[in-house]
Design a protein around this ligand. Structure first.
Ligand SMILES: Nc1ncnc2c1ncn2[C@@H]1O[C@H](COP(=O)(O)OP(=O)(O)OP(=O)(O)O)[C@@H](O)[C@H]1O
Length: 246
């Protein structure tokens, strides 16, 4: 069984057709990179995988069952802009992720659960290279460090599926290379399935085990919203080969 099974999926907003008749399956452990022109529906697709949006039509299955209609701990997301709490320390930001995941109603953990959450948060922060700044605030961190923190916040909930929406788009090229190494390492060590939107084709080829290209194949100048994007290329990649080239 595929982790994700999509058949004849459509997404429309009123008369605006965003995605048109997508059919694909994604196996556990894949690292899918997704590229396409601005406005073709890449973020909308990720938001559907997260559970923030539902498809207008079509089959949309996660582990063989209809996609949960709300975000859940099985699916984590990292955006280009950091979603951090400025009044909480690095450690507290990650612990809050655990608290909200485990204690949905109270949003608070007690006693032994706090101790365990703290240990898990520290381990995750060490894994992303932030073990030395546990008690710093986000404003004291560089952009790359803030993005490492966002990744830690998502991964500490142990999602099966990690969604990345241009996570490295705002970072300097040198920092991006470090982040590429980090995300590949985390992907392997945590047995993650990753779907990542990027505007950087080189990044898409370098990181992915599979590159998906979204594009509109039909265009009516009189009705620009009448047709949606489809998957125009679905390219299997050989990571080892691309890695050698970098
Ligand atoms: N909540 C919404 N309500 C109405 N229209 C929406 C909504 N969300 C997205 N859209 C429309 O869906 C289309 C696709 O938007 P989306 O952000 O998914 O594109 P994208 O490929 O991620 O673009 P970019 O690369 O610029 O980030 C756009 O026409 C947008 O206006």
């Amino acid at each position: 069984m595929s982790l994700i099974e999509i058949k004849h999926l459509w997404k429309t907003y009123g008369a605006n057709v965003v995605l048109e008749n997508l059919t694909l399956s994604i196996e556990a452990g894949e690292f899918c990179t997704l590229v396409g022109p601005s406005g073709c529906g890449k973020s909308t697709f990720l938001r559907m995988l997260l559970g923030e949006e539902s498809p207008s039509k079509g089959v949309f299955l996660f582990e063989g069952k209809p996609f949960p209609k709300e975000p859940s701990v099985e699916r984590g997301i990292v955006f280009q802009r950091y979603s951090l709490f400025s009044h909480l320390t690095v450690l507290e930001n990650v612990m809050l992720g655990i608290e909200l995941g485990e204690s949905r109603f109270l949003g608070k953990l007690f006693g032994a659960a706090i101790k365990r959450a703290k240990e898990e948060a520290v381990t995750m922060l060490e894994a992303v290279g932030l073990g030395d700044v546990l008690h710093h605030y986000p404003s004291e961190l560089s952009g790359g460090m803030q993005q490492r923190l966002s990744i830690a916040q998502s991964l500490v909930k142990k999602p099966k599926l990690l969604l990345l929406d241009e996570p490295f788009g705002a970072l300097d090229p040198g920092i991006r290379a470090d982040m590429h190494a980090l995300i590949l390492d985390l992907w392997k060590k945590n047995n993650l399935t990753v779907v990542m939107v990027t505007h950087d084709l080189h990044e898409g080829f370098y990181l992915g085990t599979r590159l998906l290209v979204f594009d509109k194949v039909r265009n009516d100048p009189q009705a620009p919203n009448a047709f949606g994007a489809k998957i125009t290329y679905d390219i299997p990649l050989s990571r080892e080969k691309v890695k050698d080239e970098e």
